[in-house]
Each structure stands twice: as C-alpha cells, then as structure tokens.
Write a protein that binds this ligand. Structure first.
Ligand SMILES: [Zn+2]
Length: 281
C-alpha cells in the first residue's frame, strides 16, 4: 500500500529489514539438539481451536446477502501462553520501539446502494489526513536468539498502538515458527457475512491438520482423551500431565498402562509400584 502525501508525491513507508537473530550461536549451546527440536516442535504446534478467530479480509457488500473471505488469527494471549508453556515465563522476553510517520492524505472509497436499481454500485470517496504508527517488536527466547518484526496501523484506528504492537509481536513470534501454520491455512472461500457486527454469520472451519495433536512419545500415535473404568473423563492435558508425572514423558492411555505394568513388574513383590489407572480405550 502507498499513500499520497501533501503535494501529490507518493510515499511508501520504508521497508523494514529485520536484523539477524542476535546471539543465536552463543546462546543456543545451552540446549541439547534434542531439546532444541522439542522446543521447535512445541512452538510450531497449532493453537487450541477455541483461541482462533476469523477476520474478514475481502468483503463483497450486498446488504443482507453480503459475503466475505477471511483469515484465521489468534489473540496475542495465545502466543504468550505458548511461550510461557514451552520455555517458561522467564525463558523469553520482548522489547518494543514505537514510531509515527509524518502525516499524509489517503483516499477512502466506499460503496453504497443505488436506491433506484438496488445494486451496490455507487462509489463515494473522501480524503483523510492521517499518519501511521509502526511498532518494531523484538522477541528473544533464551537459548534460541532474537527475531524482530514490524507491525503497522493507521493512527485513526481505534487502539492503533495496541494493534501495531500486536501485529509486530505476532510476526516476530512467527519467525520462531510460533503461529506460522496460520499462514498455511487455505482461504475460507466466500461465506455469509454480517456487515453490521463485522462478523461471519457462519464460522469458517479449521482443517484437521490445524487442530493440535499431542504425540505419544512411545508409540508416536496421537494422544486422545480417555475415560477410566469408573466413568471419569480425562482430557488430553490431564492424560499428558499424569504420564509426565508418573513416567516422565507424555504417553497415550495405552502406553501409560504398558509402562505402568512394566514399572509394577520391576517393583515386584515389594509392591511399591504406581498402580496403573484402569483405562478404557
Ligand atoms: Zn502411545
């Protein structure tokens, strides 16, 4: 996008060149290659679907029958939560540098309904005087180095600073692989869209691969929720927490049982083993 400056010249914001990852080599030595692979894998995992929202990108205005194509995004919170889970809250940090461009004029076009024909073919336009805020955000993960990226927003936007920062933060995270998968999602296609609430009338669906899967470290299968014989349901998170506590690694229900049996055999008659939970597949 470019903008017209007073006097008619076209001014584009200067392209931002992210600096190279700082100290990556120096700090990466703290982790073993296996640990680095594990961190990388966990950062790249899709977010839980409940943290995904849909933002319309192209809208076809047809009053009640408007449609839009959109893209999935996750709130900043999803990114910070994931960083905290994977490397701990003291394992990463961020810094922000804000700046504002000089003011310029931009043309805003809008389509309106033609009262005679009923079609949306009247185009109005007005000139707005505005400026842009940019936020250069640097995210550092201890042991992995730093990545910087820039977010931008129109100063006239509500929460302009917050959205410029959020965009820069997420883009910097994406360079670590975190949230990267959102860029690979297929287009939503044209879906019914409510122009008043600015929301999709029907939520777009995530493809299967964009729903997080937790892998069992023994059988490499997907860990799913289990229900014990007494009818208690255990979420995937609970299954992982339990096997990590008992066996020191994340296991599916079946492998947890196998590992517990082996543990009991080793414990022998001393009967100090941890009893296996009765898992019904
Ligand atoms: Zn397993």
């Amino acid at each position: 996008m470019s903008a017209t400056v007073n006097g008619g010249a076209t001014q584009a914001l200067p392209p931002f060149v992210p600096p190279p990852a700082a100290n990556a080599e120096a700090t990466a030595k703290k982790f073993t290659p296996a640990k680095l692979r594990e961190i990388d894998r966990k950062l790249r995992q899709p977010f839980p679907p409940e943290l995904i929202s849909w933002k319309p990108q192209v809208v076809s205005y047809k009053g009640e029958n408007s449609t839009a194509m959109g893209a999935a995004y996750a709130d900043n919170r999803a990114y910070t939560d994931r960083l905290n889970q994977v490397v701990g809250s003291d394992g990463w940090s961020q810094s922000v540098v804000l700046s504002t461009s000089s003011t310029y004029e931009k043309e805003v076009k809008k389509k309106e309904k033609n009262p005679e024909t009923g079609t949306w073919d009247i185009e109005t336009s007005k000139i707005l005087r505005t400026a842009r805020i940019s936020a250069v955000v640097t995210v550092t993960i201890n042991g992995l180095g730093s990545h910087s990226n820039v977010g931008e927003s129109d100063i006239a936007d509500e929460n302009a600073t917050t959205s410029a920062y959020a965009q820069g933060f997420k883009r910097a995270c994406t360079e670590f692989g975190l949230g990267r998968y959102l860029y690979d999602l297929p287009a939503t296609g044209w879906l019914p869209y409510d122009t008043k609430s600015k929301k999709f009338k029907t939520e777009p669906q995530l493809p299967d691969w964009a729903i997080p899967r937790e892998e069992c470290m023994d059988c490499k299968g997907t860990i799913s929720a289990v229900t014990t014989k007494d009818g208690t349901a255990h979420s995937v998170e609970q299954v992982i927490a339990r096997s990590t506590e008992v066996h020191g690694r994340q296991l599916c229900g079946k492998c947890h049982l196998v590992a517990s049996k082996k543990m009991q055999e080793r414990a022998g008659k001393a009967n100090i083993g941890v009893p296996a939970p009765g898992v019904a597949a």
